[in-house]
Design a protein around this ligand. Structure first.
Ligand code: FMN
Ligand code: FE2
Ligand code: FE2
Length: 401
């Protein structure tokens, strides 16, 4: 069952966290058995009360109830809307009903979105400009546009009194972290952060580095980073470095991700040979498969793909194309993990091979570099094994072993 957590994370600044362990597919797509949190924040100063975002749609009553443990909703002066996706704007309607005069600050696009998403009209909306500083009573905030991380209206804000940067979805993560602060968590948490990054922000990776540099270049004294999912961070440096690395698609030097489908085991035999060869060279191999008894999840596939320095794809020809689930996976790779990495394609067919060319056509429109296509009829032969060995040797030139 979803649980709530309320904690003072800086002087007068409260985290209101909803731990959602019941969700199965975030955005109806990303398999997250690890769950997710929705973070809202409340500043309760002696004179001023400011709310930063809300929770997911469907949790409005719980949000208002949790808010009430700290303040009456009608006494809140303002709400900052960093992002309109309904995992954060979901309680806006209830809030405005209880506090029709609340000042709403956000990107100019927000006003219309609030109206069209929730039918809320006549709100006291104040659009913010990029890099604008605004005083709400005695509290000073700076607003920073961070377009396409990952929607057009996404912004960040900086609260001077607590030296806190509210980063929206940026620096968020899947999972329900056992500690409120990222510095106290293990490497596993970084993996959930990477998975979130690729799945949710991956398509807009070209906007990541310039937005991060923009924020770092402002010279703000940031003591706390407060994202809308997962843990908070005290040091922005380390997470900014991860974002720049993932944004560029720079993978771990000795890691290869192997993704394949196999209906009857023909492709699988070749892939097993590839894995053995790679492992014999001490390569760290992440394997994902789609077979008659197992289906890897796209959410995890993309995360390891971005973290690798090369990719191996295996799939049979299927109805004059490629095995459908792999077509979906490859299209998502092309969109969200598109980076200059070498790829080997391995494919088997019954009467006329199509899949190899089909896959390389998709990848030809990306930064991926197809090194070899190995396509064979039915079962593996000595000559195919030889071709595979040679292709793997070629791939190894791009991998640090
Ligand atoms: C539903 C289905 C559709 C197929 N379509 C084609 C096809 O269009 N052309 C072809 O040459 N082989 C086709 N095949 C044969 C497979 O490509 C071939 O058996 C391959 O070796 C299977 O590899 P796998 O068991 O690793 O998936 C099809 C097989 C199935 C089950
Ligand atoms: Fe979002
Ligand atoms: Fe979100």
């Amino acid at each position: 069952m979803a649980k709530t957590l309320v904690k003072e994370v800086a002087e007068n600044l409260y985290l209101l966290r909803l731990d959602d362990d019941e969700i199965k597919y975030f955005e109806a797509l990303w398999h997250i058995p690890e769950g997710i949190t929705y973070n809202a924040y409340l500043y309760l100063g002696p004179n001023t009360r400011i709310l930063f975002d809300t929770w997911k749609i469907g949790f409005s009553s719980l949000f208002i109830e949790t808010l009430r443990s700290l303040v009456e909703p009608k006494d809140i002066d303002a709400i900052i809307v960093h992002h309109m996706e309904p995992d954060h704007s979901g309680a806006l309607k209830s809030l405005v009903e209880l506090n029709p005069d609340i000042k709403v600050f956000g990107h100019p696009l927000v006003k219309n979105m609030i109206e069209s998403f929730y039918g809320i009209k006549n709100i006291a909306f104040r659009p913010v400009r990029d890099l604008e500083e605004i005083n709400i009573e005695d509290i000073k905030l700076k607003f920073i546009y961070t377009p396409w991380l990952h929607w057009p209206e996404t912004i960040m804000s900086y609260l001077y009194s607590t030296k806190t940067l509210f980063t929206g979805d940026v620096f968020g993560a899947f999972s329900i972290p056992s500690s409120v602060f990222g510095e106290e968590l293990t490497r596993d948490y970084i993996n959930f952060m990477r998975k979130y990054f690729v799945d949710v922000i991956g398509y807009y990776r070209q906007h990541v580095e310039k937005n991060i540099q923009k924020i770092l270049g402002l010279g703000l004294d940031i003591e706390l980073v407060a994202p809308l999912h997962g843990a908070l961070w005290k040091d922005i440096g380390r997470i900014a470095e991860y974002y720049i690395k993932w944004g560029r698609g720079e993978g771990v030097e000795n890691k290869v991700t192997v993704i394949y489908s196999s209906m009857y085991g023909f492709v699988e035999k070749a892939i097993q040979f590839v894995i053995e060869l790679l492992q014999s060279h001490n390569v760290d191999v992440a394997v994902y498969k789609i077979t008659d008894n197992y289906r890897s999840e796209i959410s995890d596939i993309l995360s390891d793909a971005i973290d690798s320095s090369a990719i191996v794809l295996g799939a049979a020809t299927y109805e004059a194309g490629v095995f459908p689930y792999m077509e979906f996976v490859i299209n998502q790779l092309a969109k969200k993990a598109n980076s200059p990495k070498p790829v080997i394609i391995i494919s088997s067919y019954g009467w006329g091979g199509v899949a190899g060319k089909f896959i390389s056509n998709i990848l030809s429109k990306t930064k991926f570099k197809v090194l070899r296509i190995i396509e064979y009829k039915g079962m593996l032969t000595e000559s195919t094994l030889k071709d595979i060995r040679s292709a793997v040797n070629e791939l190894l030139k791009h991998v640090k072993t």
